[in-house]
Each structure stands twice: as C-alpha cells, then as structure tokens.
Design a protein around this ligand. Structure first.
Ligand code: RFL
Ligand code: PHB
Length: 395
C-alpha cells in the first residue's frame, strides 16, 4: 500500500466537504475528499432550501454560483400564518436590504461536484470504512477500503465534514469533547410535489393541530412539511391525508386555491439541537453537521456548514502562506460564537411555532402571546428578519 500524500484530508463530500475542497483549491492548497456513498446518493438527498445572502456570496466568489445566480429565487419577505391568517414580514425593509435565496441543497451538491470533477479534484467515492490515525501528531493519516483494497492518505490536517452520523467526531476521545443536546418531542414529515407553491414566499404556520411549512424549490415545485410524532409511520400518510392536513393547518381562507398533486418524495426528519465543543482535536477540525445540528425551523444547518468552512479555509490559507497557526487555533472559538447564535434562533423559532405535547395551558397562552408580539411589533419582526437572513460572519 503506497500512501498518497496531501495537505488536507477531507472526510465527507456533502456541502461542507466539497466547498472546503473548492476553497482550498482556489487558494492553491491540495486536498483529498473521501466519501462513503456514491455521487447519485449524495446529490439525491432532499434537504436544505434556504440560503443566507452570505452563503450565496461565498458560493459565488468560490466559482460555484453561476446557476444559483440564474435559477435561485430571491425572497425579500417571509410569511407567518396564525389562526388561518397570513402575516408578511418584510425582511428586506426591516434589515436594510437583506434577503434569502431559495435554491435546493441537491442543486448545490450538483454544482460543487461538477466544478470539483471539472478541476480533476481527488474525490474518492464509495470509500468505506474510513478511519483516522495519529490525529494528535503532525503526521495524521486517513485509511479507507475501496473495492476491498486498503488505501492510506497522509496529510497535514484532517477536516471532519462527515455529518452528524460520521466517523470523525466519533474518533475523538469522549473526555476531550463537551456535548450539548436537546431532542424535540416531534419530527417533520416532508414531501416534494410538482405543484405551484401556495404563496410566492415561504409560509411558516402555527396551528392548534401543529406546525406546517409551505416552502418550494421553484415556481412549479413545492416543498411541504408537517409537524408529526418522532415515531410516525410514513405508510399511514397517503398524499391525500398530507394535503388535507396541510390545508387544515393553514386554514380554509389562506389555503384557498392551493394546488395539490402526487408527492415525488416523502420522508421524516427528526428534530435535534446539538453542539460538540471544541470543534477541534489535535489536527482534526470538525465542520458543519459533524460538529453541530440545528432543528430545520430556522433554515440554518447548511448556512452554518458554509460559514464553518469559510473560516477553516481562511485559517489553512494563512497557515500555508505565513506559517502562522493562530487562525487555526482560533477556529473553534470563532465558529462557535456564530453557531450558538444560530442555535438560539433555531431553538427559539422551533419553540415559538410548534405544538408541544406536554406544554401546560399556561405555557400555551404565553407561546401564543409571544408569537402575537413578534407579528405585531416592528422590533419583534426585525429580530426575526435579522436572524433569518443571517447574522454577519465573525459576528
Ligand atoms: P452532510 O450533508 O450530512 O454531508 C456529510 C457527508 O459525509 C458523508 N459521510 C462519510 N463519508 C466517509 N466516511 C464516513 N464515515 C462518513 N459518514 C458520513 C455522508 O455520506 C455525506 O455525504 O453534512 P454537511 O456537509 O455538514 O452539510 C450539512 C447540511 O447537509 C445540513 O446542515 C442541512 O441539510 C440542514 N437543513 C437545512 N439547512 C439550511 O441551511 N437551510 C434549510 O432550509 C435546511 N433545511 C435541513 C433542512 C436538513 C433537513 N434534514 C433532512 C435533516 C431540511 C431538512 C428536512
Ligand atoms: C426547505 O425548503 O426545505 C426548508 C425551508 C425552510 C426551512 C426548512 C426547510 O426552515
């Protein structure tokens, strides 16, 4: 087994891993990406849909934003429905110009793969299992099996971009990490459908029957979510039942004229808040979902992953240009500041909009009053808009 030598070994070809390899390539730094699944699987996972302006700017500056600029839908506002009435929050006006862009994670994955393979990047697909070695030394390495043959990659640093269930965080001794976690007593049932979205903007819906979200992938494709129990059986949810429930939660007036149709994808996502601190062990740096998970309500997961790799790529760049490890040493603290602000927002919006099975009648009234306050007050709307469109990098 003759080892391959590179500067940064990256585990995971999700948005964090592929974007990091692109940013490093742009800075003249070599990397190898090891991914457990094949390309079709990674590209096919239906996940995020809402990008902060900072994410759009970074993808564009990295050279992977051409299609995003053409096809992404810029949203200047977002709607919140309560008691069957829709309220619009004018994010652009409230923040002095910030918007979000609706563009599916599947499309970002395609753009990143296309660009990285176009640059002849070293991306090893179907590498399984991957293991980490000598992480606390200055000669860390990755080993993996492909087609039954063992391979080794020697590197200066390892970037753990392998998501929540990956191997990198799991390789860190338990006494070197502090874990912070909240698991919510509900999940989201999501469908995709080739139907016209009910509104031009996203509609976050609070109802006594539970939360619902009316999102989209384009002006002809809807992405819809319903709050459900964590152990919900998908087989019990026919398309008819899902559409009826969506209409009930939004209310007859607000859902009038809603186009329905067969779902093209159907899945259940658990809801969890999670942070591992610090985001580093020796020469292993965790980024994205490998280090932290947010409930999807705030649409922050992918945006946080992008923010992490931006900081990490800059730190590697400084290291290789000047020999200074200061920014690498500051990586975890720099990211965690923003991560916790996004955690707070995601937890807050989740708490504000969902029905909690064990909440007292009093707590239910307080939750309602808080949502009413946010909708009625310019300050409340501004807080939501500022966090939703994205806090500044490094802030
Ligand atoms: P990913 O995307 O999970 O990629 C990790 C990659 O690592 C591979 N891998 C391994 N490879 C080698 N060896 C191993 N041992 C490995 N273990 C795993 C995996 O196959 C995979 O390819 O993590 P990354 O790159 O950090 O990206 C994070 C985002 O994917 C995630 O935060 C978002 O999808 C979260 N999210 C949303 N984020 C947003 O910013 N806006 C949204 O609107 C939004 N909506 C969502 C979401 C996530 C959802 N689900 C399903 C959890 C909506 C949903 C329903
Ligand atoms: C999505 O379109 O998938 C989506 C949008 C907003 C969220 C979560 C998911 O908060």
């Amino acid at each position: 087994m003759s080892p391959l030598r590179t500067q940064v070994g990256i585990v995971g070809a999700g948005p964090a891993g592929l974007l990091l390899s692109q940013l490093l390539h742009n800075a003249g730094i070599e990397s190898v990406v090891l991914e457990r699944h094949d390309r079709a699987y990674v590209e096919g996972r239906i996940r995020a849909g809402v990008l902060e302006q900072g994410t759009v700017d970074l993808l564009t500056a990295a050279g992977v934003g051409a299609r995003l600029q053409r096809e992404g839908l810029v949203h200047e506002g977002v709607e919140v429905a309560l008691d069957g009435r829709r309220h619009r929050i004018d994010m652009k006006a409230l923040t002095g110009g910030s918007c979000v862009t609706v563009y599916g994670q599947t499309q970002i994955q395609k753009d990143l793969f296309e660009r990285r393979f176009g640059d002849n990047a070293n991306i090893v697909l179907e590498a399984a299992p991957v293991s980490l070695h000598d992480v606390e030394t200055d000669r860390p390495s990755l080993r993996y099996l492909r087609d039954g043959v063992e391979h080794r990659v020697d590197c200066d640093f390892i970037a753990g971009c392998d998501g929540f269930h990956g191997i990198c965080r799991a390789s860190i001794p338990a006494d070197r990490l502090d874990l912070f976690e909240r698991v919510y007593p509900f999940a989201w049932l999501g469908i995709l459908a080739n139907t016209r979205p009910v509104s031009d903007e996203l509609v976050y819906t609070s109802s006594p029957r539970g939360f619902a979200l009316f999102s989209m992938r384009s002006t002809r494709v809807s992405r819809l979510y319903l709050q459900c129990t964590p152990d919900e059986d998908l087989n019990e949810w026919s398309d008819d039942r899902i559409w009826t429930e969506l209409q009930r939660r939004l209310g007859p007036e607000a859902s009038a004229g809603m186009e329905t149709g067969p779902s093209t994808e159907k899945s259940i996502a658990p809801m969890r808040s999670f942070v591992a601190e610090p985001m580093r062990w020796g020469n292993l740096f965790l980024a994205g979902d490998a280090a932290h998970i947010v409930p999807p309500t705030g649409a922050k997961g992918l945006n946080l992953a992008v923010a992490d790799v931006r900081v990490l790529a800059q730190a590697f760049d400084t290291y290789y240009r000047t020999g200074s490890a200061d920014r690498l040493d500051a990586y975890s603290d720099t990211c965690l500041k923003r991560v916790w602000k996004a955690q707070r927002f995601s937890w807050w919006l989740t708490s504000l909009l969902h029905r909690f099975p064990d909440r007292s009648a009093f707590d239910g009234r307080v939750q309602r009053a808080e949502l009413q306050y946010v909708l009625d007050s310019a300050a409340g709307q501004q807080t939501l808009a500022e966090n939703y469109t994205g806090l500044p990098f490094g802030g």
